[in-house]
Design a protein around this ligand. Structure first.
Ligand SMILES: NC(=O)C1=CN([C@@H]2O[C@H](COP(=O)(O)OP(=O)(O)OC[C@H]3O[C@@H](n4cnc5c(N)ncnc54)[C@H](OP(=O)(O)O)[C@@H]3O)[C@@H](O)[C@H]2O)C=CC1
Ligand SMILES: O=C([O-])CC(=O)C(=O)O
Length: 274
C-alpha cells in the first residue's frame, strides 16, 4: 500500500521532499499540504501533474486525512499538529524537534505517541552520529554529549536570542561564540537553527544535559555541526560541513534528504544502521 503524506509547511525542506515524491525517488502519495502562504502551497502543487496534485488544506487539521503527517514548518507547528496527528492514529515526522525541548509539549507528544497506533519520527536531520549516540545511551555508557554549531552570520539573523541581546551579526569579523548553554535553552533561543541539538539530546542524555555552543563565523560558508560524546564506550566525534539550502541559508540541504531517507526507510525490507 502506498503511504499518503500530509506536509505542514511548504518551504525549503517540503519542496525537496515533494520533488522526491514527484520524480519517483520516494514511493509515496503526497495527499495534502498546508502553509500560511498560499503561493508556497501553489509552488509545491505545481511540481505535480493535474491528476496527482496534493490538496491545498485550509487548516492544519485537514492534514490528518493522510497516513503520515510531516512537519517542516517551525516549532509552533509542532504544537499545532503533533499530538493531534498521533491522537488520530497517524504517523508523525517532525523536523522542528526543538519544540520538544519544552517539558510540557514533550510530555504531551510522547504520551500521545505511546497511546497511538501511529509512530513519532525525528530524523537525524542536519547532523551525523545519532546511530552511535543512541546505542551508547541505551547501554547507559554515555556520560557527556556536546554540539558545536558554526554558521555564517547570515544564517543566524533574526533568531530571538540575537534580537533580544542586540547582537550585531554584521559586525562579527572573526569566529565568535554567541551562545553557550544546554539544548533546552538553545532550542528556544534559536528555534530555526538548532533543532539538531534536541534531536541529539533525545537520542542521547536529554536536553538539559546536552551542551550547545553556537559560533558565528564570517569566513565559514557551510553550516557545520560538531558532536563530541564521551563515556564507557569510548569517544564519539562527528563533523558535518553542510551546504546551506539556497532558498533558506538557515537550513542545511542534508536536513531535507535525511527526512526523505527516513520516509524511504519506512517502506524497505532491509534496514541498515542502528
Ligand atoms: N531537524 C533538522 O535538522 C532541521 C530542522 N529544521 C526545521 O524545519 C523547519 C522548516 O525548514 P525550512 O523548510 O527550511 O523552512 P522554510 O522557512 O523554508 O519553510 C517553512 C514554511 O512553513 C511556514 N510556516 C511556519 N510555521 C507555520 C505555521 N505555524 N503555520 C503555517 N505555516 C507555517 C513558513 O511560513 P513563514 O515564513 O511565514 O514562517 C514557511 O512558508 C525550520 O523552521 C526548522 O524548525 C530546519 C533545518 C534542519
Ligand atoms: O540545517 C541545519 O544546519 C540545522 C538547523 O537549521 C536546525 O537544526 O534547525
Amino acid at each position: 500500500m502506498t503511504r499518503s503524506i500530509g506536509i505542514f509547511g511548504c518551504g525549503t525542506i517540503a519542496t525537496e521532499i515533494a520533488r522526491a515524491i514527484a520524480d519517483g525517488t520516494l514511493s509515496a502519495d503526497l495527499a495534502v499540504v498546508y502553509d500560511r502562504h498560499p503561493e508556497n502551497v501553489t509552488a509545491i502543487r505545481d511540481l505535480f501533474d493535474d491528476r496527482s496534485q496534493p490538496t491545498a488544506a485550509t487548516q492544519p487539521s485537514e492534514l490528518l486525512e493522510a497516513d503520515l503527517v510531516l512537519e517542516a514548518a517551525g516549532q509552533t507547528a509542532v504544537e499545532e499538529i503533533a499530538a493531534d496527528a498521533l491522537a488520530a492514529d497517524r504517523d508523525c515526522l517532525l523536523l522542528s524537534v526543538g519544540a520538544l525541548a519544552a517539558d510540557d509539549l514533550r510530555e504531551d507528544v510522547f504520551a500521545a505517541a505511546e497511546e497511538s497506533d501511529g509512530r513519532l519520527y525525528a530524523p537525524s536531520g542536519a547532523i551525523a552520529g545519532l546511530d552511535a549516540i543512541k546505542a551508547a545511551a541505551l547501554t547507559g555508557d554515555l556520560e557527556s554529549v556536546s554540539l558545536t554549531t558554526t554558521k555564517p552570520p547570515a544564517g543566524l539573523e533574526g533568531a530571538p536570542y540575537v534580537v533580544e541581546n542586540g547582537i550585531d551579526l554584521s559586525a562579527v569579523d572573526e569566529p565568535t561564540v554567541i551562545f553557550e548553554g544546554p539544548a533546552t535553552e538553545a532550542a528556544a533561543a534559536f528555534p530555526s537553527n538548532i533543532n539538531v541539538a534536541v534531536a541529539l539530546s533525545l537520542a542521547g542524555i536529554g536536553p538539559d544535559e546536552t551542551a550547545v555552543r553556537i559560533v558565528a563565523d564570517p569566513d565559514e560558508e557551510n553550516n557545520v555541526h560538531r558532536i563530541s560524546a564521551d563515556g564507557d564506550m569510548g569517544h564519539i566525534e562527528t563533523t558535518v560541513q553542510n551546504v546551506p539550502s539556497p532558498t533558506n541559508p538557515k537550513t542545511s540541504y542534508l536536513a531535507a534528504i535525511s527526512a526523505i531517507e527516513k520516509l524511504r526507510s519506512l517502506e524497505t525490507a532491509i534496514d541498515v544502521g542502528t
